[in-house]
Design a protein around this ligand. Structure first.
Ligand SMILES: O=C(O)CCC(=O)C(=O)O
Length: 259
C-alpha cells in the first residue's frame, strides 16, 4: 500500500487522511473476535470508564495477542507511515479505544504531542497515529473530530485534565479551539469498519461520547522515528513502549494467515 502524491499533499495540508476499505471485513472480524477475552482481563493495561467500568482503552495489545502484533506490523499501515516519515520508526504505543454503547465517554480537545513531549520527553512532533476502525463509525457513536490545518499552527496552549475522565490528558483551551475551528472548521472521521486514519502529533482532535446503541472500537498504533525517541521513562511502558527495534512489515495476508 502506497500513498499517492495527492494523498501526501493532502496530509501535509490538512494533517490527516481517511482511507476507507484499507482492511477487509474478514480481517476486522478476526481482530474483533480477540477483544472480549482481552477486555475481561483485570490489568493496568485496561483503562476502564470511571462511571460504567467498561473498558475505555486496552493498551499493549501487540504484547498480549499475536494478531494485534500482526496489525502493528501490517504493511498497509507501515508503508504509508514510511512514506510520510522517510526514516525508520518504532512502535510507541498499540491499543484499542473502545467507546461502549451508551457509556463510552468523550476524549477532550487535545493534540498528542502535548503528552508525548511532557510525559515521555519526545523532542519533536513527528509521531504518527495509525488507526483502523473495528466497527462502523458514524456521527452518533463518537467519531474522532479533526480541525484541518491545526497541525500547521504550532503548539496550542494546554492544561492537564486529570479530573473528568479515566485518562489524564493535556487538553487544549476552549479559546484556542475556537480560533482554530474558525480558521479550519471541523471534520468528523466516519466510515465503515476497515477504514484507516492517519494523523500527526500536532493535529488538534477530540471525540464526543457514544450516545448510540452501537459499539465504536478503533485500533490505534503510534509510531515514532528512531531519531526522535523518548528521553523520559516517567510513563508506563504500555503508554510509551521501550522497545526501539525498527518496525518491519509482515506479509500482506498476515491477519488472515496467523493462527
Ligand atoms: O478514540 C478516540 O475517540 C480518541 C483517540 C485519540 O484521541 C487519540 O488516539 O489520540
Amino acid at each position: 500500500m502506497q500513498l499517492s502524491a495527492v494523498d501526501i499533499e493532502r496530509f501535509q495540508r490538512e494533517g490527516f487522511l481517511i482511507l476507507p476499505g484499507l482492511f477487509s471485513p474478514a480481517e476486522v472480524g478476526r481482530l474483533k473476535a480477540r477483544l472480549p477475552a482481552l477486555f475481561a482481563e483485570r490489568c493496568p493495561e485496561n483503562y476502564r470508564e470511571k462511571l460504567s467500568d467498561d473498558v475505555r482503552s486496552a493498551f499493549a495489545l501487540h504484547r498480549r495477542d499475536p494478531l494485534f502484533a500482526s496489525i502493528a506490523a501490517h504493511p498497509r499501515l507501515l508503508g504509508p507511515a514510511r512514506q510520510i516519515l522517510g526514516e525508520d520508526f518504532y512502535l510507541q504505543q498499540a491499543k484499542v479505544n473502545v467507546k461502549a454503547p451508551f457509556t463510552g465517554e468523550a476524549f477532550q480537545w487535545h493534540y498528542d504531542f502535548a503528552t508525548h513531549h511532557r510525559g515521555d520527553g519526545v523532542p519533536e512532533p513527528l509521531a504518527l497515529n495509525l488507526h483502523v476502525f473495528l466497527d462502523d463509525v458514524n456521527q452518533f457513536n463518537g467519531p474522532l473530530i479533526f480541525i484541518p490545518g491545526s497541525q500547521r499552527q504550532g503548539e496550542a496552549p494546554v492544561s492537564l485534565d486529570d479530573k473528568t475522565t479515566s485518562y489524564p490528558l493535556w487538553t487544549v483551551d476552549n479559546a484556542a479551539v475556537a480560533r482554530l475551528v474558525d480558521a479550519g472548521g471541523m471534520v468528523a472521521s466516519t466510515g465503515p469498519a476497515g477504514t484507516a486514519l492517519i494523523f500527526g502529533d500536532l493535529m488538534v482532535h477530540c471525540s464526543p461520547p457514544n450516545c448510540s446503541p452501537w459499539p465504536r472500537c478503533i485500533y490505534s498504533s503510534i509510531v515514532n522515528p528512531l531519531s526522535n525517541a523518548f528521553t523520559s521513562h516517567a510513563r508506563q511502558p504500555f503508554q510509551h513502549e521501550r522497545d526501539m527495534t525498527p518496525l518491519r512489515p509482515l506479509s500482506d495476508d498476515c491477519l488472515l494467515a496467523a493462527a
